[in-house]
Design a protein around this ligand. Structure first.
Ligand code: SAM
Length: 273
């Protein structure tokens, strides 16, 4: 990663308990949209890399024969396993690994999905490995929400976090001076993927976000993960709740963007032809 930042296993430490409540959900129809776009069926296998608490893995499970959620954070996987048990989903399994360990012995997939996780990986290495793991017709998939107008005071929450943790974005044991990297189009082109197919899945529903939801949002993020506050965690939470003053914020749910990258057929093996 740029700026000498190095991944370590505290990146999302302590966030799992807050994740599902705190994060803005994906548009409900995203799973069906992806299943249709990739022509998934009961024989398809799907790998969700950086699956967190399994939100995407579990949403995709009804459309495939087997879904595997992979994440290095054991608390995230434990939460994913609990959710699968609660919903009676049996065609999923959980793999405690980093994307950099791919391909491992996981086999081949019709879809390898990264939902808000590719930017945390050694992208060139991972994209090249994924390309070799795809079955014919398979794809590298990215999922994320599009920006939507902020109603809750996210700026003020950010200022409070900076007052506690300093001006430079924290990430695990390190600091990210310039944030996480972009231009994954260039990374994927280098790995032999062709033009992206883009789907925007509308949401639009307005939901009430309480102070508890916004506290969970802060603690679900790598840059304000609970462990970063050390023995000032309770003070931070108290100040955050004072800032939110028990208000409820009516937030319009954003659209979800799906980007599908297929192997470039002009490539052969690891080299362009
Ligand atoms: C922002 S969360 C996204 C969770 C989930 N994909 C979702 O969209 O709900 C990022 C996840 O990526 C995982 N992660 C971070 N670095 C990773 C890596 N190098 N390999 C695999 N997963 C990683 C984190 O542990 C975390 O669970």
């Amino acid at each position: 990663m740029a700026d000498g930042w190095e991944w370590d296993d505290t990146l999302f430490k302590g966030t799992a308990a807050h994740y599902t409540r705190g994060r803005i959900p994906y548009a409900p129809a995203f799973a069906e949209t992806l299943a249709t776009a990739l022509d998934l069926d009961g024989r398809s296998r799907l790998l969700d890399v950086g699956c967190g608490p399994g939100i995407v893995t579990l949403a995709m499970a009804p459309f495939v024969g087997e879904a595997i959620g992979m994440d290095p954070d054991l608390d995230m996987l434990a939460e994913a396993g609990r959710q699968a048990g609660r919903r009676g989903v049996t065609n999923v399994r959980w793999e405690a690994s980093r994307a950099e360990d791919l391909p491992g012995d996981l086999g081949a997939f019709r879809a390898v999905v990264f939902a808000q996780s590719f930017h945390w990986t050694d992208r060139d290495l991972v994209a090249a490995a994924v390309r070799r793991m795809l079955t014919p017709g398979g794809a590298f998939v990215q999922i994320g929400n599009l920006p939507s107008p902020a109603v809750a005071p996210y700026e003020e929450i950010g200022e409070l976090v900076r007052r506690y943790l300093g001006p430079v974005r924290r990430a695990g044991q390190g600091r990210l001076v310039n944030g996480t990297p972009g231009r994954e189009d260039l990374v994927l082109a280098r790995a032999g993927f062709a033009d992206v197919e883009r789907h925007v899945v509308p949401a639009g529903e307005v939901v009430a976000r309480t102070a508890d939801d916004l506290v969970a949002w802060a603690f679900s993020r790598s840059d304000s993960a609970p462990h970063l506050f050390g023995d000032r965690l309770a003070d931070f939470e108290q100040d955050l709740r004072a800032l939110l003053r028990g208000r409820v914020f009516a937030e319009r749910l954003p659209a979800t963007e799906i980007r599908i990258w297929r192997p470039d057929i002009r490539w052969s093996g690891d080299r362009p032809i």
